[in-house]
Design a protein around this ligand. Structure first.
Ligand SMILES: [Zn+2]
Length: 318
C-alpha cells in the first residue's frame, strides 16, 4: 500500500497545474471572410476530458465519472453529431486506479460513451499486457499513433479512427502521446501525426488530433508544435500539462483545447463545417460548479460503487 501510494505520488510529480490563455483569439475561422451565410452549414460537438488520474468520484472539486457519463449521454441525445474523447492519463496516478492495475477503473469507463481515447504517459506505467487486457474490455478504441513495440513486433495500439456522424461527416481522429520507453518505443509526434493525416485525409472531412502532449513539456513536443508543424489538422484535443484552457488556445490558426485535470472540468469544442470543409472552432469548459445539480448515469455509478468497495477493502488491508 505504501508502495502504491508512493508510486502514485511519484508518478504525479512533474505534473503541474497551470492556467494558460495566451491568445485573445478564442475561436478559429478558416473562411476568407465571415460572410459565409451561403452553403451547407453543419456542426460537430466534441466533449472531452483529460488527466482524470483516477479522480473517479465526485468531490468538492471533481465532477466524477457518473456525472461525466450522464453529461456525454445528454449531449449525444441533444445532438447525435457529438463525439466524446478521452485525452489520456485515465488509468494511472492515484490509488483508485492503481490498487487493481486499473481493472475496476476500466469497468467504470466502459459505461461511458467515449468514442476514442489516447493513452497518456501515466497509463503507460502499467505493464503493456495489462494495458491491452483492460483496454480490450472497452467498446471504443484506445489509441497511440506514435508507439511501437520495443521488440519490433506488431504495433500494440491503433493510430487513428474514423467516425462517421449522423450528418454524414467523416471525422478522422489521429493520435500521439509521450512517455518513458521500455516495453514500447515512441516516434516523434509531428512525424507520426503527419503520416496519419496523410493516410486518412482523402477519406475524411475533418481531422482532429487527440494527443497527450500538453502545452508545456520539457521535450518541446507540445501541442503548439503540432499546430505549427503538422499540415491538415483542424483542431487539437490535448492532455498531459493539466492546463485549464478556459476558451482554448489558438496557435497557427489551430484551436488547442484542454480541460485541466482530475475531472475538475469537462471540455466542449464546437466545430462548424461549411460545404463539407472546416470553417471554425471554439472551446469552452463546463466547470464542477456548473455540474453541481447534474444527473449521474446509473450504470457508471454502479460500476463506481464496485470500484470504491474493492478499493476500500484493499486500502484497509494495508
Ligand atoms: Zn497527467
Amino acid at each position: 500500500m505504501i508502495l502504491v501510494l508512493a508510486m502514485s505520488v511519484l508518478s504525479l510529480m512533474g505534473c503541474r497545474t497551470s492556467n494558460l490563455n495566451e491568445s485573445n483569439d478564442i475561436s478559429v475561422n478558416a473562411s476568407a471572410d465571415n460572410e459565409t451565410t451561403a452553403g451547407n452549414i453543419q456542426t460537430i460537438t466534441i466533449v472531452h476530458v483529460n488527466d482524470v488520474h483516477g479522480y473517479v468520484e465526485e468531490t468538492d472539486t471533481a465532477i466524477g465519472y457518473p456525472k461525466i457519463a450522464a453529461f456525454i449521454d445528454k449531449m449525444k441525445a441533444g445532438d447525435p453529431n457529438t463525439i466524446a474523447l478521452d485525452a489520456g492519463d485515465t488509468f494511472g496516478g492515484s490509488p483508485s486506479v492503481s490498487f487493481d492495475q486499473a481493472e475496476s477503473a476500466a469497468a467504470v469507463v466502459s459505461t461511458i460513451a467515449f468514442d476514442a481515447m489516447v493513452l497518456g504517459n501515466h497509463d503507460l506505467f502499467l505493464d503493456l499486457n495489462q494495458i491491452l487486457k483492460i483496454t480490450d474490455t472497452l467498446d471504443y478504441p484506445v489509441l497511440a499513433g506514435n508507439i511501437s513495440a520495443a521488440d519490433g513486433g506488431e504495433d500494440p495500439f491503433g493510430a487513428y479512427t474514423i467516425i462517421t456522424l449522423e450528418n454524414g461527416l467523416k471525422v478522422g481522429i489521429v493520435t500521439a502521446t509521450n512517455g518513458v520507453e521500455g516495453e514500447v518505443v515512441l516516434t516523434e509526434p509531428v512525424e507520426s501525426l503527419q503520416a496519419q493525416v496523410d493516410e486518412i485525409k482523402s477519406q475524411v472531412d475533418i481531422v482532429i488530433a487527440l494527443v497527450h502532449l500538453g502545452v508545456e513539456d520539457a521535450s518541446g513536443n507540445t501541442s503548439q508544435l503540432i499546430a505549427q508543424e503538422v499540415e491538415g489538422i483542424d483542431a487539437i484535443i490535448d492532455g498531459h500539462s493539466h492546463t485549464v484552457l478556459t476558451e482554448g488556445m489558438v496557435v497557427g490558426g489551430v484551436l488547442i483545447a484542454q480541460a485541466g485535470e482530475y475531472s475538475n472540468n469537462i471540455g466542449v469544442v464546437e466545430i462548424t463545417v461549411i460545404d463539407g470543409k472546416f470553417d471554425s472552432a471554439s472551446a469552452r469548459l463546463i466547470t464542477k460548479e456548473e455540474m453541481t445539480d447534474a444527473e449521474e448515469k446509473e450504470a457508471t455509478a454502479a460500476a463506481l460503487a464496485k470500484l470504491v468497495e474493492k478499493r476500500d477493502i484493499y486500502l484497509n488491508q494495508c
